[in-house]
Design a protein around this ligand. Structure first.
Ligand SMILES: Cc1cc2nc3c(=O)[nH]c(=O)nc-3n(C[C@H](O)[C@H](O)[C@H](O)COP(=O)(O)OP(=O)(O)OC[C@H]3O[C@@H](n4cnc5c(N)ncnc54)[C@H](O)[C@@H]3O)c2cc1C
Length: 446
């Protein structure tokens, strides 16, 4: 009992470091009370909104475009709190948006980083099977990767694998040499900088709380924030991550797919153990879940992270165990899809929670690959919260979802919502932006 109490106290008091990175773009924000008029207002200054706003203004320099963010800097949520991996596109169902946009996004990303001098490393990735039962699934992944057009992937036996990563053990591995690492927060800031340089206007600390139909025939959408500041727009694109369901409802769209927040907690390897891996080491993922599993990832700042796990967060921005919002929690539990999913995967969820509380159990997940890592070699690291879209029947929606299903009235037909952009959303951001802008051109006749 005393141990249980201690555990609960530890978890509630424990502070994950949020945010991981610091943005630098506050100075660009417009003053409060600004009532400007725009052809398109993009709501949400994560990597998807920023990339889309940038692409829109690059392609249509005559347009007046606003990028609107509720926090005091860009990339505050998912885009600044993730694994920092440039995914190659192996995992995703052939033909899905994820498969197409990730492969294209990786190529566009490397080109962009070179142009802008953004630091990255093409350090590659090993997906490692440590148990016999995982080997057929690893072969399936290899076939999938080939179908998706992922370049230069290679199946390896343990001897070949050791040539790449001498400390790693496993039965068989899939090597992806073009997987890389970067700071996606830095990339987001760079997109925003491009956007501003092309004449785009940014609003920080502007939390959209409602859309109303304006009398103006030219700018029929009034976007109002929690302080009653107003932006007028002809058209709107929303990319609100964890809040995408709520923001869609504001324009008369259905709340489903509902966003269920799953926290992903990381550990850091202590600096003197960082040399144990120079590449990304991933497990063979459990096909029941859209998450890729606990992995070892070198960061661009030189540290190595271990994680993320997948824990139900008690509110949309639940970065710590102690973060909760009663209203949001009630909505999660009240959602029939969540209850169905929770019943189905209760034992997985409980195990994840126990592993979160007991660090040595989390470490055991990576000791399968690198035995030299012990509990003494890790310290608590950052956390991110995934916006996971879920259908009413409890299905976790894997693919990206861009919804132009009109909401009510004049406003509904002028808004496009990005409703689901989970991993590899950052890698895919430039490709998503191209697709979103094509949708905007087509649907809004811009
Ligand atoms: C733990 C974790 C690990 C991941 N690892 C990787 C990885 O290694 N590689 C990869 O490619 N992808 C990864 N991803 C996925 C990637 O981070 C996301 O796909 C991407 O960041 C989504 O970007 P976004 O702009 O849609 O969302 P966000 O970054 O969450 O941005 C949404 C923005 O909308 C704003 N907003 C919300 N509501 C309002 C409102 N009412 N008014 C104004 N603004 C509002 C929010 O403040 C936020 O800034 C990971 C994600 C997580 C959580």
């Amino acid at each position: 009992m005393a141990i249980a109490k201690k555990c609960v106290r530890f978890l509630l008091n424990f502070n994950y470091r949020h945010p991981v990175t610091t943005g630098t773009l506050r100075r660009y924000s417009a003053g409060a009370g600004d009532t400007s008029q725009f052809d398109v207002a993009v709501i949400g200054g994560g990597i998807v909104g920023s990339a889309s706003a940038r692409e829109l203004i690059l392609k249509h320099p005559h347009l007046k475009v606003a990028l609107v963010e509720k926090e005091n800097r860009f990339a505050f949520h998912q885009s600044g709190n993730n694994s920092g991996v440039i995914h190659a596109g192996i995992y995703y169902k052939p033909g899905s948006l994820k498969a197409k946009l990730c492969v294209k996004g990786l190529n566009l990303s490397y080109k962009y980083f070179d142009q802008k001098g953004i630091k990255y490393s093409k350090c590659g990735k090993l997906i490692v099977a440590t148990e016999r039962s995982e080997v057929p699934r690893l072969f399936d992944l290899y076939e999938r990767g080939l179908k998706n057009g992922v370049k230069d992937i290679q199946l390896m036996d343990s001897k070949e694998m050791k040539e790449i990563e001498p400390h790693c053990k496993g039965l068989q591995a899939l090597w992806s040499p073009h997987t890389g690492i970067v700071s996606w927060a830095q990339v987001t800031d760079s997109y925003v900088k491009d956007f501003i340089e092309c004449g785009g206007k940014t609003y920080l600390n502007f939390e959209v709380k409602k859309f109303i139909e304006a009398e103006s025939a030219e700018y029929p959408v009034k976007i109002i924030d929690t302080e009653n500041n107003v932006i007028n727009a002809k058209y709107v694109l929303t990319c609100c991550g964890l809040h995408s369901d709520k923001v869609a409802v504001l324009t008369g769209c259905p709340e489903e797919p509902k966003i269920i927040p799953f926290r992903g907690e990381y550990l850091y390897l202590v600096p003197n153990k960082s040399k144990l891996t120079k590449t990304n080491i991933y497990p063979v993922p459990d096909p029941r879940f859209p998450f890729l599993g606990v992995h070892l990832t070198p960061r661009i700042d030189g540290r190595v992270i271990v994680g993320p796990n997948a824990i139900l967060a008690f509110c949309k921005e639940g970065y710590r165990w102690g973060d909760y919002n009663m209203q949001e929690l009630k909505e999660i539990i009240g959602f029939s899809g969540f209850r169905k999913m929770a019943m189905k995967y209760a034992s997985f969820g409980i195990k994840e929670m126990i592993r979160s509380a007991i660090t040595p159990l989390q470490v055991m997940q990576v000791r399968k690959y690198i035995q030299e890592i012990t509990s003494a070699d890790v310290e608590r690291g950052p956390a991110g919260v995934r916006a996971q879209a879920m259908a009413k029947d409890g299905t976790l929606i894997e693919d990206f979802v861009f919804d132009s299903k009109p909401g009510h009235g004049a406003i509904g037909s002028r808004v496009l919502h990005c409703r689901n952009a989970p991993s590899p959303g950052a890698t895919s951001s430039l490709a998503i932006a191209e697709m979103v802008v094509e949708k905007i051109e087509k649907e809004f006749k811009i």
